[in-house]
Design a binder for this molecule. Sequence first.
Ligand SMILES: Nc1ncnc2c1ncn2[C@@H]1O[C@H](COP(=O)(O)OP(=O)(O)OP(=O)(O)O)[C@@H](O)[C@H]1O
Ligand SMILES: [Mg+2]
Length: 469
Amino acid sequence: MTPLWSVAEVLAATGGRPVGLGDGAITAISIDSRELPKGALFIAIKGDTHDGHDFVAKAIEDGAAAALVSEEYFARVGGAWLIVVPDPLEALNRLAEAARARSRARIAAVTGSAGKTTTKEAIRVVFEALGETHASIRSFNNHWGVPLMLARLPREARYAVFEIGMNHAGEITPLVKLVRPHVAVITTVAAAHLEFFNSISEIAEAKAEIFRGIEPGGVAVLNADHAYLHILLSRARAAGVSRVVTYGFEESADWRIDRYAETLEGADLQIAHEGGRFALALKVKGRHMAANALCALIVGRSLGGEPGAVSAALADFGAPEGRGLTQRLGPGTRPLLLVDESYNANTASMRAALELFHGVKAPDGNKVLILGDMLELGPQSESLHVALADSVAAAGAGAIHLVGPHMAALAAALTGKKGLKARVTHYGDAAQLAETLSSALAYGDAVMVKGSNGIRLGQIVKLIRERFR
Ligand SMILES: Nc1ncnc2c1ncn2[C@@H]1O[C@H](COP(=O)(O)OP(=O)(O)OP(=O)(O)O)[C@@H](O)[C@H]1O
Ligand SMILES: [Mg+2]
């Protein structure tokens, strides 16, 4: 296999100047000296907390093929095994462009207010059944994550899927112009990062930036189950996107889930499309998961995937860690059922998860909800938390543990709520809950843990896994 890059190719793409460097092979691209495969090119990026330039020496010592550094660093520190450029982040972008230019892969890009990583994973599973596939890792979806994932695109890849995120208007445009997808997905539009937007319509406008980078003849695949679809449709038209398809539970969707039935291990769907109907079996639960899977099916089929192969691939798709991963812990006869939703939370994902938990039965005990703050919601934060009261009540939990300062308002709203039988407890932070966790849970219970990553409920999940092995 030809290596990812040659030094000569990197120099040509970035306009960099080699210092004390042969023309070897570069096997990988890394911006983190802790995750550095042998033979990688280490690109020194300045982040919010660290400057990659502080780790150049260590990267070389650990076996990097070369480090790409700034002129400023080279003037100050010098060294060898270097490629010197005015601005390494800019150079990473140029490398991403070169990766895209040489690639013959069919490419999908995914954005949306919730479900990007989950949908990207479902698309990855479908693509892997179709041919050699490259996919973004974790949520590497920002101004350095997207070019980094693109710079890692192997020249042989036949399919690739990238996640694109944003906190502000204008951020998606340059990223999608790098990715130049054949298919662009918007998973949903909802309140997230509201501190930087005045309204959800504005968020829809920002997501619609993804249409600006679609390849000619490309497809926009849009979830139809939200109130902002009309904005997306009109922006897609204005951007000259030739094919737009919609999916979801909504009556008007081009690909409609017209039957959703949970099974012991997952869900059985019936999909209506162009007057016909077909079945899709999943091993994940939740209506949002059904929509994510259907989206991946459409992406696979619109890039030429054979329908049988695409559906078969999706039958194996499992919820990623922190995003609905469900485990039975402890004794087989009386396990603790853990639904791990700890990776993040905003209004859309909270509602989706609560709906999922509504359908969950405790093996032989209580249903317990552990919910943490939804962060980054700006001045409307308190009312958005209080507005969850009905969905929380409807989830059917016998005990509700709320964690974090923003959840105090929801705790108050729930405490006064008519007909709610659940015990509601509020904790200042995850550490406080951790102290009393053992008395809050028992084998036989079903527990769902969800909150923004910053509330650190991932630690609670870890504790549960340790204590209820
Ligand atoms: N289609 C969907 N609609 C609404 N909520 C969803 C959907 N898919 C997944 N979720 C919920 O969103 C949570 C986060 O999912 P995921 O990590 O895929 O989102 P993301 O958009 O990648 O988030 P981030 O912006 O942090 O990268 C899941 O745990 C689940 O609760
Ligand atoms: Mg993500």
